[in-house]
Design a protein around this ligand. Structure first.
Ligand code: 8IG
Length: 282
């Protein structure tokens, strides 16, 4: 099933992106048979297998069946989203198996569409996960780290017009505390979003550290800003899949990233399941 390519488009500047998000939420409600979801999760690099452990998948939806999630011109697999039961409650998680990155060039609206859709679907909380480079040598590949704050180096925003949004405590103190109840060993750090898709040079990693950053990646900050605008409470968790460039002697490789994710899948899956369960009183 493909939605009408002439229908609501994020690419039309006269269209309110929240209108597209409402259309997307309506399709999700229809396909899942439930009017609302409670928590949304975005699974980043290395978190895919962890997502399987969150709970029983009740419905899987191809992204391309949902308004705004893929352009007809894009060929290939666009990923899926799942409706997952949270423990033995009647609560549901909306689990996005993929995200749109800023570096894909589809525009900022496309990057944050899943977030706006989660809000339109009824979610009050969003868990943003990613794979990233770590600046602290003590964070071995495979270490999950809570995001305490961010530095957005993309030079853009998902907000349009004179939308002045306060980003103090963007990454919820309450949710970070809840995550630490689940795993007291969790460290936290400041996430720096670069545009990518190239990794940083060692000089850029040193710059990120001087600016106050602990983690470097290519996602999350624009999504978190859109989430705050939409009234969602945000939890951010980075999986350090590699030491950032220059932090260790090893060159960066995508294989290393994939491997670190696979090795950390069980711990990260339990972490997500326990956090989401605790959020929903499971
Ligand atoms: I996975 O070292 C992953 N994503 N910018 N730098 C940036 N993004 C990343 C990195 C990294 N590792």
């Amino acid at each position: 099933m493909h939605h009408d390519p002439d229908a609501l488009s994020l690419d039309d500047p006269t269209t309110d992106p929240r209108e597209v998000a409402r259309a997307a939420a309506a399709v999700i409600a229809e396909r899942t048979g439930v009017e609302r979801h409670d928590v949304a999760l975005v699974l980043g690099s290395g978190w895919g297998e962890a997502g399987d452990l969150v709970g029983e998948t009740l419905t899987t939806i191809d992204n391309e069946d949902v308004p705004g999630f893929a352009k007809a011109a894009v060929v290939g697999h666009s990923g899926t989203m799942r409706s997952v039961a949270i423990g033995d409650t009647d609560r549901r998680a909306l689990v996005y198996g993929t995200r749109t990155h800023f570096y894909e060039g589809r525009g900022v609206r496309a990057v944050v569409h899943a977030i706006r859709t989660a809000a339109a679907a009824g979610c009050s909380t969003i868990v943003l996960t990613n794979g990233c480079g770590g600046l602290r040598p003590e964070w071995a590949p495979g270490t999950p780290v809570l995001i305490s704050d961010h530095i957005n180096l993309t030079a853009t925003s998902p907000l349009e017009g004179a939308t002045f949004v306060d980003l103090t405590d963007l990454y919820s103190i309450r949710l970070r505390a809840l995550a630490r109840e689940v795993d007291p060993s969790l460290d936290e750090g400041v996430y720096v979003q670069f545009r990518g898709p190239h990794y940083e040079t060692p000089a850029e990693v040193r710059m990120a550290g001087i600016l106050g950053g602990d983690l470097v990646g290519m996602s999350t900050t624009l999504e978190a800003i859109a989430a705050r605008e939409a009234g969602l409470e945000v939890l951010g968790i980075s999986l350090v899949t590699n030491a950032a460039a220059g932090v260790s002697d090893a060159p960066l490789s995508h294989d290393e990233v994939v491997e670190a994710g696979r090795d950390a899948a069980a711990r990260c899956g339990r972490l997500l399941a326990d956090i989401v369960g605790r959020l929903c009183g499971a």
